[in-house]
Design a protein around this ligand. Structure first.
Ligand SMILES: N[C@@H](CCC(=O)N[C@@H](CS)C(=O)NCC(=O)O)C(=O)O
Length: 199
């Protein structure tokens, strides 16, 4: 299996950590999404990472679909079996991923738009989404099962990425999330190698 990724991406870190946890061997290929490389586009017409290519050439993208694939391929290593626990995990994962989407959109406004074309109210709205999501996550942490799940890898991807893209925000505003992140490498030592880091 091959995964297209960049070292800074919270979503790519999520799937690379999940693959490691499931003991799945994947080849990681670093790409620059802004350059729209042909091999990434062939795997994912949306040009986003992470994108996975299976050994038979089948492509799969979106971190949730990829993690669900890993879970199914390994007999349920990433998601709880009971409906109640599964629902809680999926809600946390969706919240973490949605915060990532909102924060990335706010960063792209700066990265890809000329200064005179930026619309601050829209950025502010994305930040409000992220802030509400982070507040919800602090409460939802209590619902995480003991064993690691896709929700833990989504959280570790998001919070690890925020620790350098939004430096100091978690410590100042969401200390429970900052503590959760600080404790994560002990629970999953491969975070040091596979967690998000500045490109
Ligand atoms: N919902 C997607 C989000 C993926 C995503 O937004 N990836 C970003 C990098 S962190 C990307 O590829 N951005 C390039 C683009 O949007 O063109 C997932 O969970 O995989």
């Amino acid at each position: 299996m091959r995964v297209y990724y960049s070292s800074a991406s919270p979503f790519a870190a999520k799937v690379r950590m999940a693959a490691e946890y499931c003991d799945l061997e994947i080849e990681s290929v670093a790409v620059d999404t802004a350059a729209e490389p042909a091999d990434l586009i062939a795997a994912n017409p949306l040009g986003k990472i992470p994108a996975l290519v299976l050994d038979d050439g089948t492509a799969l993208y979106d971190s949730r679909a990829i993690c669900d694939y890993f879970d199914k391929a390994t007999g349920g290593q990433l998601l709880p079996a009971t409906l109640d626990a599964w629902t809680k995990v999926k809600l946390i994962e969706a919240t973490a991923d949605g915060i990532g989407d909102a924060l990335i959109l706010s960063l792209y406004e700066e990265r890809y738009r000329p200064a005179d074309k930026r619309h601050q109210p829209w950025v502010d709205m994305q930040m409000r989404k992220a802030d509400r999501g982070l507040a919800a996550l602090e409460t939802l942490l209590a619902d995480l099962p003991e064993d690691l799940t896709t929700a833990d890898f989504a959280l570790a991807g998001l919070l690890g990425w925020m620790s350098f893209r939004f430096k100091g925000k978690l410590e100042a505003e969401r200390p429970a999330l900052a503590s959760w992140l600080a404790a994560f490498p002990e629970r999953f030592p491969a975070f040091a190698e596979l967690g998000p880091r500045p490109a």
